[in-house]
Design a protein around this ligand. Structure first.
Ligand SMILES: [Zn+2]
Length: 319
């Protein structure tokens, strides 16, 4: 018996609903609504099963009370630089210029990452020696040291159904002596010496719908990216493209994407420029150069605009 039109519509609606339920939602938390701005780093990934993961809170989240955060199950920190762990941050969205947002609030000596983990009772998953540092910070501020979980290179942990591994990021990772304070912190600062919390990392996340996301962290080109592509086979990437003098710029980042990681889609991040105006990419921006040089779909994280990616890394909504 053939379906009545109503039944066909209902079946279609159900298929559409279950397709959207199988997508990973990615929501950028930037400094300016609807734009992609200089200090924007923070992204919230939501697995179809509801697990929510915050990647590098940085300076564009308005403290642990920022209503955009919602429930956070896991906080990821690629390295200890202030624009990732969060030394200072915005007081509210849309303050200052997109190219130079106002970030008047200090999170030192805790870091915004720790403040959020404490408030949300999140796990923190980091590699190298950052795990011990965050465990001590959580404990010193009334939290649970065991909430700081280790995923050293080659290992992984699974939290809320999402498998989290750390991978190489070729970058510096000195700990600002302001995290230490006291006479020791002062002496280190005067000598120009940073604390040692091990190597910087990137991440590979495997979500329950099959999406495999490579989160580059800040990095140069490294042969390890070829191995990451070969072994984890990421179908989605978040790539830092900030360029001189810190890390890969648009051309180097495009090479890494085209030749090593080869995802279906990539989200540009860490651009250190006002990349958009009215939500449109500015033609002379690094972001535009990256879009031109990368062979796959390049998306732009507009603050507050949720994108949805299926298990194959293809954008299904919001891009
Ligand atoms: Zn950075």
């Amino acid at each position: 018996m053939s379906k009545t039109p109503m039944a066909a519509i209902a079946a279609f609606a159900f298929a559409a609903a279950s397709a959207s339920a199988a997508n990973v939602k990615v929501t950028p938390l930037g400094t300016h609504d609807g734009e992609f701005c200089a200090q924007d780093r923070a992204l919230v990934f939501e697995d179809p099963n509801g697990t929510r993961i915050l990647y590098d809170p940085g300076r564009s989240v308005a403290g642990a009370e920022d209503p955009r955060l919602g429930k956070i199950d896991v906080v990821l920190v690629t390295h200890m630089h202030g624009d990732h762990a969060g030394n200072i941050h915005i007081k509210d969205v849309n303050q200052g210029e997109c190219g130079k947002p106002d970030t008047p609030v200090s999170s030192m000596p805790k870091s915004l990452a720790v403040e959020i983990a404490l408030a949300k009772k999140s796990k923190m998953v980091t590699g190298s020696e950052m795990q011990a540092f965050f465990a001590a910070k959580l404990k010193a501020n009334g939290g649970n040291a065991a909430d700081s979980m280790l995923a050293r290179y080659g290992g992984s942990v699974t939290v809320g159904g999402v498998k989290i591994a750390t991978v190489t990021a070729m970058h510096s990772n000195g700990l600002d002596p302001d995290y230490i304070g006291g006479d020791l912190g002062k002496a280190m600062k005067e000598a120009g010496i940073a604390g040692d919390v091990g190597l910087a990392t990137g991440y590979v996340l495997r979500f329950s719908n099959g999406l495999v996301a490579y989160l580059s962290g800040d990095t140069g080109i490294t042969a390890d990216q070829q191995t990451i592509g070969a072994y984890y086979k990421p179908n989605f990437a978040v790539m830092s493209i900030g360029g001189n003098p810190n890390m890969t710029g648009p051309q180097e980042a495009a090479f890494v994407m085209n030749d090593y990681i080869k995802p279906a889609s990539v989200l540009a991040t860490h651009v250190n420029e006002a990349a958009t105006q009215g939500g449109k990419v500015l033609p002379n921006s690094k972001t535009a150069a990256f879009q031109k040089a990368a062979k796959m779909s390049v998306y732009v994280p507009l603050s507050g605009k949720t994108m949805e990616f299926d298990g194959g890394g293809h954008c299904r909504a919001g891009c």
